[in-house]
Design a protein around this ligand. Structure first.
Ligand code: TYD
Length: 201
């Protein structure tokens, strides 16, 4: 069954689109589930707190990476696979691509190991479709929330590397790149067009 992920750097507008998709699927009476990463399970939410805690600024890049992967392994095994097997539509706010972009490129751990370890953690479960909401420097700076968590405080140099990571990933066939400066209704139209052309909803 359909497995759809949303990706993009902080402030790209993923949450708005996921909310819109939720209403759309509800209207269509489609059975679906939405999860976010890190998190989505009890254990995953505990890992999320550790990851986003500003007091943990001493965390090494590898530790951070394995915590994201641990949260993901739990989510895939306990929630995503069973639901896909029951024929549900699963929507996920961030997935393996976030690890590749943020840890592989942003933290410079390298894409090879990041992909390999994620494939082990997820037993090679890849999404059918990934919506990447692309954001440029100016828009990013405008939208940046100064309240920021640990990662948001990393600043633009880090984000530039993350964007490079997403550029690399967006060559994949399942990636649908959308300009996040378009208004939310237009973005949503693109998303629905893609979904309807791939699945019967
Ligand atoms: P969150 O507050 O959920 O941000 P957003 O609304 O942008 O998704 O925080 C998640 C943060 O974790 C975000 O900065 C991206 C980062 N992240 C990684 O670095 N690696 C990962 O594998 C995942 C899933 C998230």
């Amino acid at each position: 069954m359909p497995f759809i992920t949303f990706e993009g750097i902080d402030g790209c507008g993923k949450s708005t689109q996921i909310e819109m998709l939720k209403s759309y699927l509800e209207k269509k009476s489609v059975k679906f589930s939405i999860f976010r990463e890190p998190g989505g399970t009890d254990i995953g939410e505990q890992i999320r707190q550790t990851l986003l805690d500003k007091n943990n600024s001493d965390m090494s890049a590898k530790t951070e990476f394995f915590l994201y992967v641990a949260s993901r392994a739990q989510l895939v095994e306990r929630e995503i696979r069973p639901r896909l097997n029951m024929g549900e539509f699963v929507i996920l706010d961030r997935y393996v691509d976030s690890s590749v972009a943020y840890q592989g490129f942003g933290r410079e751990l390298g894409k090879r190991m990041v992909i390999l370890i994620n494939e082990f953690a997820t037993d090679m479960l890849y999404p059918d479709l990934t919506f990447y909401l692309e954001i440029d420097e100016k828009t990013f700076k405008e939208r940046r929330q100064l309240s920021g968590d640990r990662i948001e405080a990393e600043g633009w140099q880090f984000m530039k590397r993350v964007i490079k990571g997403y550029e690399f990933l967006s060559k994949s066939k399942r990636f649908v790149k959308i300009d996040s400066r378009l208004n939310p209704d237009r973005i949503f139209k693109c998303i629905i067009k893609e979904i309807e052309s791939h699945f019967s909803v």
